[in-house]
Design a protein around this ligand. Structure first.
Ligand code: PLP
Length: 394
């Protein structure tokens, strides 16, 4: 048999001939698109198993690109630790399942994203977890619902789709009094407009598919909080497999880098749209926390740094008027989701709250005549002109 002097072509194709040196740090983190990591000595693997987290083992557990993004989110949310997920729902379901077990109860605000509501109404009861809903603009209702089985308080502020607020300080105090973990979905605000952890909330959740990524091109989620709680959530992410891929994480980081400038523009444009819509003859009511007419405007000023990019308008003429308005928009897209640089109009009863009964919609105060407009970063004159012409056509 011939003695082989060099590696075969198939072997070289798989292993290469060595990696190029990289002594300087790149401006952007490398996308470590690798399922697994190589150990020079088995001892390193054993060190990892013993708790040395400076090693990686498998990208469903941890990955350097993913962790880089998590560091940015933890910093923004003033949290000890953050984790990112394959979707906002992945973040929510992994967090909730990490913190409750069969027989436990959750107290939740009654105006929350429809997907979260379905998880609470349809999935958690299968595992023996009961969710009770209250009007999270106050805590009297929650006081009446709390039992020794209650383990978690869940709120969304501002809420999807009608921008109701929860007093973050009161929520944190209520949770502490009853020994509950407090969890907030802060997707609408982002860390630029509010940092719930500074008010005493334990865990902050985001659908990163919205403002964090910011260009309607990613599905992802995030959770931030104390190291102790995040350790529990990490185990569930690992075992439920709700982790985000390294390439997607890189693009999420790209979005986060421009978050604060985008939010400034979203805040500014949405304020102007809300003011323009208020008092318009075709509009019954405008929901926007930045308006003096918002019943919780003073609370908004005390716990938010900006009022956000979402304006909810209730049209005169019911769902037919809402559909006509959406169909006649020329620049603003008639679509689902929110938080991108482009403006999007969406009819909640057909999108984010689709599948809820009339009674559930009534309790959440979501009406068929509502249009939720995610105001983008376009020129304000163009947005107002588009809204104005679509209103004229109702
Ligand atoms: C407030 C809020 N939370 C969570 C989610 C779920 O996020 P994702 O679609 O990324 O799973 C959404 C989606 O619309 C949302 O609006």
């Amino acid at each position: 048999m011939n003695k082989r002097k060099s590696l075969g072509r198939s072997t070289v194709a798989v292993h290469g001939i060595g990696r190029p040196p990289m002594k300087l740090q790149p401006v952007n983190p490398p996308i470590v698109q690798s399922t697994n990591f190589v150990y020079e000595k088995t001892q390193q693997l054993k060190d990892y198993q013993a708790g040395d987290k400076s090693y990686y083992i498998y990208s469903r557990y941890d990955n350097p690109t993913v962790m880089e993004v998590e560091g940015h989110i933890a910093g923004l949310e003033k949290a000890e630790k953050a984790l990112i997920f394959s979707s906002g729902m992945g973040a929510i379901s992994s967090t909730i399942t990490a913190l409750v077990k069969g027989g436990d109860e959750i107290i939740s605000g009654d105006t929350i994203y429809g997907g979260t509501f379905s998880l609470f109404r349809d999935i958690l009861p299968k595992f023996g977890v009961k969710v009770r809903f209250f009007d999270s603009r106050g805590f009297d209702g929650a006081e009446r619902l709390a039992t020794e089985r209650t383990k978690l308080l869940y709120i969304e502020s501002p809420s999807n789709p009608n921008l109701k607020l929860t007093d973050l300080e009161k929520a944190a105090a209520f949770a502490k009094n009853h020994n509950l973990v407090s969890v907030i979905d802060s997707t609408f605000a982002t860390a630029i407009n509010q940092t719930p952890i500074s008010f005493g909330i334990d865990l902050v959740i985001h659908s990163g598919s919205k403002y964090l990524s910011g260009s309607s091109d990613l599905i992802c989620g995030a959770v931030a909080g104390s190291k102790a709680l995040m350790g529990k959530v990490w185990t569930f992410r690992k075992l439920l497999g709700t982790n985000l891929d390294p390439s997607a994480s890189f693009f999420l980081l790209k979005g986060i880098k421009t978050l604060s400038v985008r939010m400034e523009k979203h805040n500014e444009n949405a304020s102007k749209v809300a003011q323009f819509c208020e008092g318009h003859p075709r509009i019954k009511r405008v929901h926007y926390p930045g308006l003096k007419s918002h019943p919780q405007h003073e609370l908004a000023k005390s716990q938010m740094n900006g009022f956000g990019g979402i304006v909810n308008i209730e049209l005169k003429g019911g769902q037919a008027a809402a559909e006509k308005f959406a169909d006649n928009l020329k620049l603003i897209l008639n679509s689902v989701s929110l938080g991108g640089v482009e403006s999007i109009a969406s009819i909640p009863v057909l999108t984010s709250q689709y599948g809820m009964t009339d009674e559930e919609l009534g309790r959440a105060e979501v009406t068929p005549s509502m249009v939720r407009i995610s105001i983008g970063i376009e020129d304000i004159e163009d947005l107002l002109e588009d809204i104005s012409q679509a209103l004229e056509k109702i």
